[in-house]
Design a protein around this ligand. Sequence first.
Ligand code: E4P
Length: 216
Amino acid sequence: MKIFIDTANVDHIREMADIGILSGVTTNPTLIAKEGRDFLEVIKEITEIVDGPISGEVISLEAEGMVKEGIEISKIHPNMVVKIPLTSEGLKATKELSKLGIKTNVTLVFSANQALLAATAGATYVSPFVGRLEDTLHDGIEVVADIRRIFDQYNFKTEIISASIRTPKQMADSALVGAHIATVPYEVLRKAITHPLTDKGIKAFMDDWNAVFNKK
Ligand code: E4P
């Protein structure tokens, strides 16, 4: 499973890219607004940091506007992916953009049926929102597993981006049920990297080494 970061914060993206674990980036209007910076400026900066798929989301609610915006987003950089919400209009726009050879990430997916419809419309990626499902006591990981079974059964090339990840466990569970990608917030990635037993183990190794080789 590939790891994307779910943020528009370029410092966080740079830090994870430097570690070498990032294959892509997803943004959404909330994440862009949180940075308080111009959409185009932030997205261009991200394309200079990460060489992989970068999702930028449309704002229009009608297919025609989504397609126009999508074409503009795709022109920013060859790695750009147009993020489109799963509505009837969104499916229509996905179909149009896929005919133009433009990559799409259909977002706000909450059921296997929605994912099936997005794949049928030609989506490059679908993003089931695991965390938001689990916030409302639904099994988000089961939805990801169902989508994977359906895509495998019918040979869809659409890739699953496990999204709205809140915990390292949701990240690992996404990998276990076959998500192709998990898009993970910075704070969750930091938690996934660290483990108290790793820190404790390093301290013990250093103490043992220094007791023999660095006697004062
Ligand atoms: C997906 O790509 C979205 O940007 C994201 O994962 C939404 O997550 P949230 O539920 O934390 O807002």
